[in-house]
Design a protein around this ligand. Structure first.
Ligand code: MUC
Ligand code: MG
Length: 367
């Protein structure tokens, strides 16, 4: 089964409720749908959600690198020749979401050809994950009301709270309001997207500790090397590296340098193949992982749960799988559903998803 063409289709779907956080905000899902075609008629799909404010990729850069650099090198290769494919992708530094979408579309093809779900091919541990919902910046009462709505409607009991604003006490008040409304049974953790200094972060951790938070993510920049190490040493909970540790090498450096004690894995930026490497490396080094959300739509979320559910180590904690609920629409024929706080992988070959041609026609931006 050989690769015959790779399509990169820009599309835009507005959010009903924008997500705001310390390093940016997202009002519209301006993503790229990647389709890999083969000589036996099968097509693999995956989503590339560029995050310009974090990794510097844009819709246009994703399309350009796929059309001008990756596709010319990959067309003609066997779909299962993953080492050869990654040999080509690795030559280019950066461009994580463009590379990842190609990788995941190839796994979708492998699953379709073999008649097996990608989850089964990857690790086969389970078929569902508990869901964690990300709460973007707002006033404390509004964030608490959103959490209550997510709990009552979808059974979600794990929340990642975006923090990193000034004054520090504003985000502490949010967590206090959430704890009051949700009670002790809810799990709360925080993500600063590098918004605070190390000393502000230390102050926040002391104030948040009595509220029983379970993880702290990227509270200050990892490039503040000594400050970050000082902060991680005193953190009462695992300290998660997200955007500061994407590649396997960055993950190794981050854990060995004491810049983090846990790692966020996002399939949007490490696909399935590199996410496997990161996961196994974390297991070997004794670091916990969290399945993160790059503000994914339903296709990206289907990929996250396919990977997260496949291994014991990645499905231990809840995965960040619900922010597609804030989008006004999506591209899939069958929407993902969260119930009882869980998302289940479809028991179908590959990723088990299909793109609705009418929706794609409505939202694509290249026609
Ligand atoms: C997160 O975990 O940081 C915000 C920016 C991004 O790329 O992902 C989100 C969530
Ligand atoms: Mg994060």
């Amino acid at each position: 089964m050989k690769i015959t063409a790779i399509e990169a289709i820009p599309y835009a779907i507005p959010y009903a409720k924008p997500l705001r956080f310390a390093s940016g905000e997202v009002h519209t899902a301006e993503h790229v749908l990647v389709r890999v075609h083969t000589d036996n008629g099968l097509t693999g799909v995956a989503d590339a959600p560029p995050r310009p404010f974090t990794y510097g990729e844009t819709q246009q850069s994703v399309i350009a690198v796929i059309e001008k650099i990756f596709a010319p090198n990959l067309v003609g290769l066997d779909v299962l020749a993953r080492e050869a494919v990654h040999g080509h992708l690795r030559r280019t530094v950066g461009n994580p979401v463009a590379k990842s979408a190609i990788d995941m579309a190839l796994w979708d093809l492998a699953g379709q050809a073999l008649g097996l779900p990608v989850t089964t091919l990857l690790g086969g541990h389970g078929n569902s994950m508990r869901v964690s919902h990300m709460l973007g910046f707002d006033e404390p009462a509004k964030m608490a009301a959103e959490a209550e709505r997510m709990r009552d409607r979808y059974g979600i009991r794990v929340f990642k709270v975006k923090v990193g604003r000034r004054p520090v006490r504003l985000d502490v008040e949010v967590c206090r309001a959430l704890r009051e409304v949700l009670g002790d049974e809810a799990e709360l953790y925080v993500d600063g997207n590098r918004g605070w200094t190390a000393s502000e972060s230390a102050r926040a951790l002391r104030a948040l500790d009595p509220l029983g938070i379970t993880l702290a993510e990227e509270l200050c920049p990892a490039d503040d090397v000594l400050g970050r190490r000082w902060l991680v040493r005193q953190s009462p909970v695992p300290f998660v590296a997200d955007e500061s540790a994407v590649t396997p090498a960055e993950v190794t450096r981050s854990l060995l340098d004491g810049a983090a004690t846990a790692i966020s894995i996002k399939t949007a930026r490490t696909g399935f193949t590199t996410s496997q490497r990161v996961l196994f490396q974390c297991e070997g080094m004794g670091a916990e992982v969290v399945m993160g959300n790059q503000i994914d739509g339903q296709l990206g979320t289907a990929c996250t749960v396919a990977f997260g559910a496949a291994y014991a180590a990645s499905s231990h904690r809840a995965g960040e799988l619900s922010n597609f609920l804030d989008m006004r629409d999506d591209l899939l024929t069958e929407p993902l559903t969260i119930s009882d706080g869980r998302l289940t992988v479809r028991d179908l070959p590959g990723l088990g998803v299909a793109i609705d041609p009418d929706k794609l026609a409505r939202y694509r931006q290249d026609t």
